[in-house]
Design a protein around this ligand. Sequence first.
Ligand code: SAH
Length: 218
Amino acid sequence: MRTFEDSYRHKGLRRQLVDIIRKKGITDERVLEAILHTPRHFFMDSAFDKIAYEDRAFPIGEGQTISQPYTVAYQSQLLEVKPFDKVLEIGTGSVYQACVLAEMKAQVYTIERQKKLFDSNKQFPYPKKYPALKFFYGDGYEGLPTFAPFDKVIVTAAAPFIPPKLVEQLKPGGLMVIPVGEGQVQRMLRLTRQADGSATTELFDNFSFVPMVEGKNN
Ligand code: SAH
């Protein structure tokens, strides 16, 4: 069950959360503002209400998780989101990351491979406040060729390698933020697609994501 009441207590906890992730090193004020305005407790079962603003991941069913707020902020900062950027997200999950990007005025195309999560997200009223946030059921390794090219791509599951089709779907000068690695720990990587189609990559900190799995799941 979920409840959609945003009390003063929730708002206060959100301000504390923003202070915590600022202290951990997030400096982009637009990212911090979006975290401040996104009621994270709406995105999980009401059983988590008291702890929804702790800086940690939580289970959301189907063996998946809502990412840690610090991780969401970290990836959003690396993505350098500008208003009207066309952003492809792989791994809709709870929709929290997608709403943070939409709050930063991005046009978000988000893909989920698990049918149950995709279907339950259709019943979720909160994201409807962002008309530019669009949901797709499919395999993130394929991207969304019909809607390409994108200014940015964000992958929110652990990728064993950089999916070539996602690089192809980036505009020249476009950025992809993706955790890469097969074990328990992945390295955050930012790829920039050059005008000639080649790519450069920068390495950032280690994180731990659920795996990016090939194919759709009914
Ligand atoms: N962005 C999410 C994080 C969810 S966890 C949030 O803010 O809550 C990662 C999600 O990626 C899971 O829901 C998982 O089912 C999904 N996923 C894994 N492999 C995928 C793939 N190949 N294509 C699309 N989604 C995938």
